[in-house]
Design a binder for this molecule. Structure first.
Ligand SMILES: [Zn+2]
Ligand SMILES: [Zn+2]
Length: 203
């Protein structure tokens, strides 16, 4: 390693327990576009920067029961595209957050399920086999950092529930109903139906 700060550009980064047992790994890298698959919730835009330290922490559960946990702490920063909750147009969101996480080997807590585990379950993750993929960790961290509901602008008019037109860019003819109490009742109903769709979409 050179003394300069080396910023690696990678598609993937794997931390192997056997390597971490020898020495902790410091990382400072950029994951290329699409390295972190966020499903329908968001899309990674450009490079995702991540820097930090991965190390093994031995949990001594008994004289012959030592669990090798991976502690991963650091920071990520990147830009993401999220669909507007009303009109589905992509909205760019910059995100940056710190993390400090513990990963146990998968199955390490099966026998210990009845023992009391002091750390809240939500802070404990698990790694499969002998390694942890940084992109898997980042996927979860990014999803946790995303706002529950994103609008392209506070007064986004959304899509017309009847013809599907984006009402921010074009008023559709569906809106030109006569001012008649019967139509107003319908419009109110439409409004209620629309507000049902506005919740966060989590699959
Ligand atoms: Zn919108
Ligand atoms: Zn319409």
């Amino acid at each position: 390693m050179t003394a300069e700060r080396l910023r690696l550009r990678l598609k993937s980064m794997e931390f192997k327990v056997s390597e971490l047992e020898r020495e902790p790994i410091e990382f400072d890298l950029e994951l290329g576009p699409g390295a972190v698959d966020l499903g329908q919730e968001a899309e990674q835009e450009g490079q995702l920067a991540a820097a930090g330290l991965a190390e093994v922490i031995h949990e001594h559960r008994g004289p012959r029961d030592i669990v090798a946990d991976i502690r991963l702490r650091g920071r990520f920063a990147g830009k993401f595209q999220v669909p507007c909750a009303r009109c589905v147009e992509p909205v760019e969101i910059p995100l940056a957050a710190d993390f400090d996480l513990i990963f146990r080997p998968a199955g390490a807590d099966v026998e210990a399920a009845e023992r009391s585990i002091t750390a809240p379950e939500t802070e404990i993750g698990y790694y499969q086999k002998d390694s942890l993929l940084l992109e898997d960790v980042l996927r979860e961290q990014v999803l946790l950092s995303l706002p529950v509901r994103t609008l392209c602008k506070p007064d986004c008019k959304g899509l017309c529930p009847r013809c599907g037109e984006n009402r921010n860019s074009q008023a559709c003819s569906c809106d030109e109903g006569p001012s008649d109490p019967r139509w107003e009742a319908l419009a109110g109903l439409r409004g209620r139906m629309e507000s049902k769709d506005n919740g966060p979409k989590r699959n």
